[in-house]
Design a protein around this ligand. Structure first.
Ligand SMILES: Cc1ncc(C[n+]2csc(CCOP(=O)(O)OP(=O)(O)O)c2C)c(N)n1
Ligand SMILES: [Mg+2]
Length: 804
């Protein structure tokens, strides 16, 4: 390239080269967006969302993103990903097509929409890689601002690594806490509570979090004045700006089309963030969205002519081209040549991605077609089969489902022709495909590594003759003390967890003993407490994040469900966050301290184990199990159990409770009652009363709801009793119905029933207050007695006469 004289005095040759290479990337990325949109309109992909109009700030951000750093961003960041070398244009298209091969789309293996970026932080055995040697991009999610809680955690880890000397030797996880967590978010998404909560928390915690706001003036069709006070997030958040006297944020603004200003801004931001551990908000203004929000509609519908004209003029790539020519960095024809080459390269990458994507599908299509043809040759259903084959042939862009549907339709037609070898070939193909499709679309919801929670070795608690009898909370406290002593990576935090050692004193005295960085109070901010835990866990620490009461789980449920529960699945085991969430639920008082919405948790948190220990010893065993594993879990302690007496195991830090293994609390012959948590005590009381009238109950504590009775042991009880009830404190149709489905359907329990199976749940409403409110809202021992008795009365009304 021949820079003009004027330019050579301003820029070194290397700088000129770098600028032109940046421009080339901006053009190639833009071209990828333009082609991507066309691919969708041609029916080669289902949906497209692209990063056009945001190229330059992302290139500037990439300049200060170092090996070892972390990112939590959103769907516009393609140029950044290209620029840091963690995404090729071919991979970009592979994701657009939903290519399920992890080598083709390393971010999500075709499991997520396009524009959801990630790097692989786990190796093929599921072990965390050396994170200081790679660039780390936590996997994007679609819910706007959903990345922010995680971003906080990724940044907070740097602070722990820098300030806790016991972590210093973990050099594969951090280089003395020098890592920045880079965040990106759209202007409109800054209205979300998650953004504001995370920003406030970052200011409080003083963590190296560099958040860029890509401000294109809109959130889909809604202009900025509807989103943000003063129409500007930097103005709205000005009170966070640090001063000489007070800690806070560094807030900066920069124009998104001004390449040199962007480069300068990111260098300044990086320095503050990395060296001082001060959070920075970089408001990148005057960006555009040349193709509109996504492929779902055109922006001409909602942008004025003036705005569209402004967007064309201030398009960041166009501005960079003008600047390159004006400053004499290159001649117009040289810039034209760069553009031509970049566009050609993007198209070639698209072609390679499409070919690779279609290869296997076409092979399968060919096989299914040929086999149906072969079957048709001597079939009574010849013409119907040929119709199926013709239909498949017509598919312009055949998909796996087209192939599968054709094969299955053919098998239906061939159902009487058992001798047909083509039929057998098709059946075998379907069986093989179903196994492969399970791997493609359903695997890695939980860990499949050696460190899976399901592989943790069972170690029973050991008691001495003189083992002390203590309050349940002390069992937990001793378990946590052992964990904090054993492993410097363990940290616990939450509301009131630090100084007073949580509201029920499970951590009493442990902050004093292990320090404020290990046992820590947080603000009241459930969503970012979970995000803090996700980020720490992703960076190799072992967080126990506490949600004070199960009822406040609802505040954090979005992050738990959208981010934590899907993380391993949505990356096909490229990333994981083995976070333990500690909370307390079941039995207490009133609408917001009742702790019973278990169905809500079960149905929103597939991907996280849900453990419901009946006492603190079982809970401690679960903490010990989970701390050895690479899976996330929620452990729900019994609110009314902290002061009940339990024997303190001698091996408090070692014993484990296996997941998915129910325990028979009482043996019986007439009736099986399946339950968990605090209901165990209620049911045991009822079982005693039932025994007194001649009904012998077997009481089973399932112990964990996810996983549920892995070895199908509950059905064995049904074989003996032939009658079953499922009792819990959730609403009717909640977790009791879940347990029923597991036992009657999955374990074939229905075969052994002589009476109607029943559930014994709470009332439909949330529990009323005080002891009477609780008694009449949730199942009590008398109700359990009567419901079981009623079933037995139906069997033998003489032996079991009416009670009233
Ligand atoms: C929680 C949630 N609400 C709504 C949506 C639908 N949605 C997707 S993008 C978007 C607008 C985001 O605008 P902005 O944050 O400015 O980012 P931009 O797309 O303009 O870059 C909306 C409403 C969503 N994905 N998540
Ligand atoms: Mg926007």
């Amino acid at each position: 390239m021949s820079a003009t004289k004027e330019a050579t005095t301003r820029f070194t040759e290397a700088k000129v080269k770098e600028i032109l290479s940046d421009y080339r990337l901006a053009v190639e990325s833009r071209e990828a967006s333009l082609i991507g949109r066309k691919e969708v309109f041609m029916g080669k992909a289902k949906f497209g969302i692209f990063g056009d109009g945001k190229e330059l700030p992302q290139i500037a951000m990439s300049k200060v993103f170092r090996v070892g750093d972390h990112r939590a961003g959103y769907y516009r960041d393609q140029t950044f990903m290209f620029a840091i070398g963690e995404l090729t244009v071919q991979q970009y298209f592979a994701q657009l097509y939903a290519h399920t091969d992890v080598h083709a789309d390393p971010a999500t293996a075709g499991r997520q929409m396009n524009g959801h970026y990630a790097t692989r932080m786990l190796d093929e055995n599921g072990k965390l890689k050396n994170l200081v040697e790679i660039k780390n991009c936590s996997c994007d999610i679609s819910p706007t601002a959903g990345q922010m809680p995680r971003l906080l955690g990724l940044a907070y880890a740097s602070r722990l690594f820098r300030e806790n000397p016991h972590l210093r030797e973990l050099t594969h996880l951090s280089n003395n806490g020098n890592e920045i967590a880079f965040g990106s978010i759209g202007n409109a998404s800054t209205s979300e509570g998650m953004f504001l909560e995370a920003i406030n928390a970052a200011g409080v915690l003083q963590v190296p979090m560099l958040t860029s706001v890509w401000d294109d003036g809109y959130g889909i069709s809604v202009p900025q004045e509807y989103h943000t006070t003063k129409s500007s997030i930097s103005k709205a958040l000005a009170g966070l700006q640090r001063t000489a006297e007070e800690k806070g944020f560094e807030i900066m603004t920069v124009k998104g089309w001004d390449y040199p200003a962007l480069i300068d801004a990111y260098h300044r931001a990086e320095k503050i963030c990395r060296e001082e551990h001060v959070p920075v908000l970089l408001h990148v203004e005057e960006l555009t969205q040349p193709q509109g929000h996504s492929t779902s509609g055109s922006h001409e519908r909602y942008k004025s002519k003036e705005r569209l004209a402004w967007e064309a003029e201030f398009d960041c790539n166009r501005k960079m081209r003008e600047w390159i020519i004006q400053t004499g960095i290159a001649l117009p024809e040289e810039v034209d040549a760069i553009e031509r080459e970049a566009k050609r390269s993007a198209k070639a990458a698209r072609d390679r991605a499409w070919e690779a994507f279609m290869e296997e599908i076409r092979k399968d299509q060919h096989f299914v077609r040929e086999t149906i043809q072969e079957a048709a040759a001597d079939s009574a259903e010849k013409s119907a089969l040929e119709e199926v084959k013709d239909e498949l042939e017509k598919a312009i862009n055949p998909t796996r489902l087209d192939n599968m549907r054709a094969a299955k339709k053919a098998l239906r037609l061939l159902r009487h022709e058992v001798e047909s070898s083509a039929r057998q070939k098709l059946a075998q193909w379907i069986t093989d495909q179903e196994r492969e499709n399970w791997d493609r679309y359903s695997s890695h919801l939980y860990s499949e590594s050696d460190d899976s929670a399901l592989n943790v070795k069972r170690i029973d608690p050991v008691y001495a003759d003189d083992s002390s009898i203590v309050d349940g909370r002390e069992v937990l406290q001793k378990c946590f003390d052992a964990a904090l002593t054993r492993d410097p990576r363990v940290v616990a935090f939450g509301e009131d967890v630090g100084k007073i050692g949580d509201v029920n004193q499970g951590f009493a005295g442990l902050q004093k003993k292990h320090g404020e960085l290990r046992v820590t109070d947080t603000g009241i901010r459930e969503t970012t407490i979970i995000g803090q835990g996700i980020g720490l866990a992703m960076r190799g620490l072992r967080p126990i994040a506490e949600i004070q009461y199960l009822d406040y789980f609802i505040y954090a449920l979005a992050t738990l469900s959208d981010d934590l529960a899907t993380l391993r699945y949505r990356t096909k085991s490229g990333q994981a966050a083995p976070l333990i969430i500690r909370t307390r639920g079941h039995r207490l008082e009133g609408v917001w301290h009742a702790g019973s919405p278990i169905g809500m948790i079960l149905h929103s948190l597939r991907g996280v184990y849900v453990l419901v220990p009946r006492n603190m010893t079982q809970a401690a065993g679960f903490y010990n199990t989970m701390l050895q594993s690479d899976d996330p879990a929620v452990i729900i302690e019994c609110l009314n159990g902290y002061r009940l007496k339990e024997r303190l195991p001698e091996n408090i830090g070692e014993f484990t409770v296996p997941l998915g293994v129910p325990e028979i609390l009482r043996e019986g012959d007439d009736f099986t009652i399946v339950t968990y948590g605090s209901m165990c005590r209620v049911v045991m009381e009822a079982a005693q009363a039932l025994e007194e009238v001649g009904i012998s109950c077997e009481v089973i504590d399932v112990q964990t709801l996810l996983p549920f009775d892995r070895h199908h042991t509950i059905v064995e009880s049904l074989k003996k009793t032939n009658r079953v009830a499922f009792a819990d404190e959730d609403v009717p149709g909640g977790a009791s119905a879940y347990m029923m489905q597991q036992v009657l359907e999955l374990q074939d329990g229905y075969r052994y029933l002589d009476s109607k199976p029943i559930t014994i749940p709470a009332k439909d409403h949330r529990p009323a207050y005080a002891s009477d409110g609780d008694y009449f809202s949730k199942p009590n021992a008398e109700e359990v007695f009567e419901k079981v008795y009623a079933v037995m009365r139906e069997v033998d009304p003489v032996k079991y006469p009416s009670l009233y």
